[in-house]
Design a protein around this ligand. Structure first.
Ligand code: F6P
Length: 344
């Protein structure tokens, strides 16, 4: 009997439960037992696991978050933790690990794979920035939430003749800002990939005002920064185990700077974790399910050290090494489309 350990690491996102369900259900068809590892890599270090049966995954498909819990634990911060992790893999008879996560979780998976531990990766993040896959699940849901928020902000912005700044997630890549910004008809989209010029933003907003459009929507990714600023604006200098600070504050920064430059009232909405919570869209449920089925199939084939990925409309297996080599930043052709509408 093959025993598959499943874990979810990093920031949660809608669709994680759909993957867990798909791995357990497909695994059962392949004759596997499943073990849930609690709170990402932390569960494997601490030996915190639980059996996962067909019954434990009943009804979780539409549920947001993760029934397994998550953490930003990096076992490679400490030699002894890597040893504990290896000991627990042996202790619980885990033959393969399905690690569902973003750049950090998959980076750990890749290192473990190189040490001979049988791992399969599944890419998740609302940020959509995992390399080697066209899309991650969670992204479509986040885009839907942000688009709805922009639609709502539009009506009130127009009524009050205000500039509304909407701060969205996106640490290294501005996918959410770009796609939801295009979908919501944003008048300016600021992303981490391109440092922004405050004078240019002001120019666009003023041009709109002068054309009689006395309101504007600016969508800014939390990781976006003005030209000349060394680092993105953070809520605190505290870092997680992968060295990331908690971002946040660029929306307020923009409000202050734009109010100095424009004769308009500027307000900020920070969408924060609203973007990550709640039920996945149908699109994300299907993508997550396809990823989970493909991950269980890779375990069956003993094709380890791979990550399932979406390429075009097909699910393929790519080396974990390739997936973690580069972050997938925003496609500039798409960003160009957004910018056609600035100042109009
Ligand atoms: O990685 C996804 C993400 O949502 C980023 O956009 C954001 O910077 C980060 O997670 C926030 O994580 P946390 O909820 O741990 O603060």
């Amino acid at each position: 009997m093959t025993t598959v350990g499943i874990l979810t690491g990093g920031g949660d996102c809608p669709g994680l439960n759909a993957v867990i369900r798909a791995v357990v259900r497909t695994g059962a068809k392949h004759g596997f037992d499943a073990i849930g590892i609690r709170d990402g890599w932390h569960g494997l270090v601490a030996g915190n696991v639980e059996p996962l049966t067909d019954y434990s995954v009943t009804g979780i498909l539409p549920k947001g978050g993760t029934i397994l819990g998550t953490s930003r634990t990096n076992p490679f911060k400490n030699e002894a933790d890597v040893q504990r992790l290896r000991d627990n893999i042996r202790k619980f008879g885990i033959d393969a690990i399905v690690a569902i996560g973003g750049e950090d979780t998959l980076g750990v998976a890749n290192k473990l794979s190189k040490m001979g531990i049988p791992v399969v990766g599944v890419p998740k993040t609302i940020d959509n920035d995992v390399g080697a896959t066209d899309y991650t699940f969670g992204f479509d849901t986040a885009v839907a939430i942000v688009t709805e928020a922009i639609d709502r902000l539009h009506t009130t912005a127009e009524s009050h003749h205000r500039v509304m700044v909407v701060e969205v997630m996106g640490r290294h890549a501005g996918w959410i800002a770009t796609v939801a910004g295009i979908a919501g008809g944003a008048d300016e989209i600021l992303i981490p990939e391109i440092p922004f010029d405050l004078d240019e933003v002001t120019h666009h907003l003023r041009a709109r005002y002068e054309r009689g459009k006395k309101f504007s929507i600016v969508v800014v990714a939390e990781g976006a920064q003005p030209e000349g600023m060394a680092e993105a604006i953070a809520q605190s200098a505290r870092t997680d185990e992968f060295g990331h600070v908690t971002l946040g504050g660029v929306g307020n920064f923009l409000r202050d700077e734009l109010e100095k430059r424009l004769d308009m009232e500027v307000r900020v909405t920070v969408l924060g974790h609203i973007q990550r919570g709640g039920s996945p869209t149908a699109h994300d449920r299907v993508l997550a399910t396809r990823f989970g089925v493909a991950a269980a199939d890779l375990v069956k084939e003993k094709d380890f050290g791979k990550m399932v990925a979406l390429r075009g409309d097909s699910i393929v297996a790519v080396p974990l090494e390739e997936a973690v080599a580069n972050l997938k930043t925003v496609n500039m052709d798409l960003y160009e489309i957004a910018s056609i509408f600035y100042g109009g």
